[in-house]
Design a protein around this ligand. Structure first.
Ligand code: SF4
Length: 250
């Protein structure tokens, strides 16, 4: 939820979502249309779909309890390496290093002083973790990357300033070419993401005919309008009905 949205904006909708779906059973049993409606304000809608699919696997395959092992978490729909490790480390205290874009910048700049391949980044993080408290270590690394070693580093006051490999060596910033460092996203305004959100917002109010949907997406050229709607259908977020479109699955 926090990838494209400030945390302060997500807290309220996330708590409301948890009130509605406090357990994997509750989420798995809900209609997708209701889940997508409750997801309002929580970012990428595919994640709501994936979270519900993961909840179904947790109910059917894990007795309703979120699995603790990274491999089992990794096997859940929509869960990648980062999320699996973050859940294992933060929720269960597992001794695993978490490498997100913040941590990856710190590793490339402060530790290696050069761009790192995916495996190298994970190995560097694991070596640093050692016997430290995994929750505190991972949180500290993420905070360091977010507060100091940001895309534009703020080295003044950084606790690693005196030992940072890149500060000592100089040269090109190694972070942008390093694994797990995400590139800046295209602006949201005018993007397909914005139009997808707009289409879903209309369908939260009930099914719509093709004409109504096209009218709702006025301003979007016809080929792009079709692409946005077909993309939502292809992602399983919207169903094509005889008259037009409806939220969720039939
Ligand atoms: S000194 Fe600068 S480049 Fe090095 S870790 Fe700190 S913020 Fe990043």
């Amino acid at each position: 939820m926090l990838q494209q949205t400030p945390a302060a904006r997500v807290v309220g909708p996330w708590r409301a979502f948890l009130d509605l779906y406090p357990t994997p059973e509750a989420l798995a049993a809900a209609p997708l249309s209701a889940v997508l409606t409750a997801w309002r304000g929580l970012g990428y809608h595919r994640r709501a779909r994936d979270l519900q699919r993961a909840a179904a696997v947790i109910v059917e395959g894990h007795g309703g309890r979120v699995p603790e092992a990274v491999e089992a978490l990794r096997a859940l729909p929509g869960v990648g390496e980062y999320t699996a490790r973050a859940v294992a480390a933060f929720a269960f205290g597992a001794r695993v290093a978490v490498v997100d874009t913040n941590v990856a910048r710190v590793l490339a700049r402060a530790v290696a002083g050069r761009p790192l391949a995916p495996r190298e980044a994970r190995e560097e993080a694991a070596a640093l973790l050692g016997r430290r408290d995994p929750r505190r270590f991972n949180q500290a690394m993420i905070d360091l990357g977010a507060r100091h070693c940001a895309a534009r580093p703020r080295c003044g006051g950084c606790p690693l300033e005196r030992v940072c490999a890149w500060r000592a060596a100089g040269g090109d910033d190694p972070a942008p070419a390093s694994a797990h460092v995400t590139r800046p996203q295209a602006p949201f305004t005018g993007s397909d993401r914005q139009w997808r959100g707009r289409a879903l917002e209309r369908l939260r109010g009930g099914p719509a005919t093709v004409r109504e949907m096209h009218r709702h997406l006025t301003g979007l050229e016809p080929a792009r309008r079709r692409r946005v709607l077909e993309g939502l259908v292809g992602d399983g977020l919207v169903t094509r009905t005889r008259e037009g479109f409806a939220l969720g699955r039939p």
